[in-house]
Design a protein around this ligand. Structure first.
Ligand SMILES: [Zn+2]
Length: 130
């Protein structure tokens, strides 16, 4: 066993055990997800790409202008989309707008859309390192 075997599924299972069970049941770790957005607690989303994981935290929305989804690129009303904050480094934060719920949005975006989003977010600086 090596530390390199720490997969996205293992990370998810460790960080969000309840969500992991909801998403994958008792699926064996030999078939982990490689790319996707997964709803976790408190309205947050987890973006998983390989062994990387980012947490999307919903933020309060002001105003009434339409929102543009950064994943499937549809225009949405305020009630159909959510703005998320993603901390990608000690002093770097990205804001991402996504449709709610995320399932249809990911289907519209497809693998390429998700890859583009992952490229926008990752790599995340390890803010807990010295
Ligand atoms: Zn969307």
């Amino acid at each position: 066993m090596s530390d390199k075997a720490h997969t996205a599924a293992e990370l998810l299972r460790e960080l969000f055990p309840e969500s992991y069970r909801e998403m994958f049941g008792e699926r064996p770790l030999s078939a982990p997800p490689t790319l996707g957005l997964y709803p976790v607690a408190d309205g947050r989303l987890a973006l998983v790409h390989g062994d990387q994981l980012a947490e999307f935290t919903p933020i309060a929305q002001k105003g009434t202008t339409a929102l543009h989804c950064d994943l499937c690129h549809h225009t949405r009303s305020r009630s159909e989309a959510q703005i998320y904050r993603v901390v990608v480094g000690a002093r770097r934060t990205r804001y991402v707008t996504l449709c709610t719920p995320t399932e249809g949005c990911q289907q519209r975006a497809g693998q390429r859309g998700l890859e583009a989003l992952a490229d926008h977010i990752f790599p995340i600086e390890n803010i807990y390192a010295e």
